[in-house]
Design a protein around this ligand. Structure first.
Ligand code: GLN
Length: 496
């Protein structure tokens, strides 16, 4: 089997056994990228020489007898919102075009320490604001299943790269669903760890109380292996959790749900959901029951208020975070010809450097935080957030995990929702509650919708620091479905 078809675990084992070198594996993926990138556009920055130099260094470390983890030498696509000292970092914004960060994010550093080889930086919605990757200043990424459709977002470059076999693994960030939703739309696995379980240091901030780095992979075990590589306490991130956590790799290997209590969220389903999505979801629930889980319906009425609360909290935080792009410290500077004041240069730069969705959010957030409106908007949204967290707590007294479809529909056509922010925002209806409450949640493929033959995701939500449960349930579903399908869902990305 060619190197690009193998899982990350298999590649790591081959490299550890000396049957393939990190350089060979990187070259195979760089060749695949050269072949499919003209169609997919998953990457913003690729530098073959930089990647091969990393791979050579890993081969050297292994030859010298250094003990690296199970993913040593395995290539990875990295979302272009994590700083990388050897590659540009733009967050897909014109305001950071060509910016070279002086340091690596903690996540980047840990990937390198574990011997992963960074293939390039992937496309995203500008500053991770969006659900389709159409808000990138550098053109949209296309869904490998159907090149006329979106790969989800904001981590759409990372999801498409893995689905198109350009990389066995990738990194994403999830603020309102940006890992789980693109994973669902491209037929792969995507995990949002517990907030604080993965470091935000060196991650370009969108909404700091929500931003969470997490893994993409084609199977649950690979996602777990990657998760253990970059996660864990980081003193450089003030909201990082310093607590022991159960092994997610162990949990993925267990793949056992017998005796587990699974709650189906009553509010997620019905009107506005694609029939083919609901059909696959209901089958997955029946499957969990047949595997020995005890399934009950759980009502979480406040989840319906998560979307409006999110669209006050996230823009508020973004309006504050993005103030740092002031034409003085980073990237773009427009109109600095000696005749203008600093304020004029800032205004011209921000007008030219930010795209329309980013501007919309900055304006919304500034309004929600302004004196006189603060209590009515931002303050109210924070109260809703507390109610949602309490509802999760109550649900997790009743059940071990909650399940729902990851998204109401399969991948939508490029352009369909671009001019309709509300329609776009609804793609994250089911994912946002877990961001507001900070709990763990995963999306695993659960089949193809009858209407369009496109992938459907099952979302499994677990309590704060219960990440292992997501992997345990996800792996059980994956194992059962693969034996039913006679192999993985993603055999070949059909459109390539
Ligand atoms: N789609 C949501 C938004 O636009 C979530 C984005 C994300 O998780 N980064 O805000």
């Amino acid at each position: 089997m060619s190197l690009i078809r193998k899982s990350a675990a298999e590649l790591g084992a081959l490299i550890a056994a000396g049957e393939a070198s990190a350089v060979e594996v990187a070259e195979a993926h760089l060749d695949r990228m050269a072949e499919v990138e003209p169609k997919v556009n998953a990457f913003l920055h690729v530098d073959r020489e930089v990647t091969l130099a990393q791979a050579r260094a890993v081969d050297e470390r292994l030859r010298a007898g250094e003990r690296l983890g199970p993913l040593a030498g395995v290539p990875i696509a990295h979302k272009d919102i994590f700083t990388t000292a050897d590659m540009p970092t733009t967050a897909a914004s014109k305001i950071l075009e060509g910016w070279r960060p002086p340091y690596d994010a903690t996540v980047t550093r840990r990937l390198r320490e574990a011997g992963l080889v960074i293939l390039g930086k992937t496309n995203l919605d500008e500053f991770a604001m969006g659900s389709s990757t159409e808000n990138s200043a550098y053109g949209p990424t296309r869904n490998p299943w159907d090149l006329t459709r979106v790969p989800g977002g904001s981590s759409g470059g990372s999801s498409a790269a893995v689905a198109a076999y350009e990389a066995p693994l990738s990194m994403g960030t999830d603020t309102g669903g940006s890992i789980r939703q693109p994973a669902a739309l491209t037929g792969i696995v995507g995990m949002k760890p517990t907030y604080g379980g993965s470091s935000r240091y060196g991650l370009i901030a969108f909404a700091s109380s929500l931003d969470t780095p997490g893994p993409f992979a084609r199977d649950v075990l690979d996602a777990a292996l990657l998760h253990e590589t970059f996660s864990g306490h980081d003193p450089l991130d003030s909201t990082s959790i310093d607590a022991p956590v159960p092994s997610v790799v162990e949990a993925a290997r267990q793949a056992d749900v017998s005796g587990m209590r699974v709650g189906v969220v009553k509010e997620f389903g019905g009107d506005g959901y694609q029939p083919g999505v609901l059909a696959r979801f209901n089958e997955a629930v029946a499957l969990l029951e047949s595997l020995g889980a005890k399934v009950v319906e759980v009502s979480c009425p406040s989840f319906a208020t998560a979307l409006p609360a999110y669209y006050l909290i996230a823009p508020s935080e973004c309006s504050s975070n993005l103030a740092r792009f002031d034409a003085m410290r980073y990237g773009l500077r427009v109109g600095d010809d000696g005749t203008r004041s600093a304020e004029e240069v800032m205004a011209l730069t921000r007008a030219a450097g930010f795209g329309p969705e980013v501007k919309r959010r900055i304006m919304l957030g500034t309004y929600a935080l302004s004196s006189g409106y603060y209590d009515a908007y931002y303050g109210q949204a924070q109260k809703v957030r507390t109610v949602i967290s309490r509802e999760f707590d109550a649900a997790f007294h009743q059940v071990d995990v909650l399940v729902s479809p990851t998204t109401p529909t399969t991948a939508f056509p490029i352009g369909e929702r671009a001019d309709d922010p509300m329609a776009m925002y609804l793609a994250d209806l089911c994912t946002i509650p877990s961001n507001l409450a900070g709990n763990a949640a995963i999306s695993v493929p659960c089949g193809l919708a009858d209407e369009d033959g496109l992938p459907v995701g099952l979302q499994v939500m677990a309590p704060v620091l219960g990440d292992d449960r997501c992997y345990r349930v996800g792996a059980a579903v994956e194992k059962a479905l693969e034996s039913r399908w006679g192999g993985p869902l993603l055999k070949e990305a059909a459109a390539l």
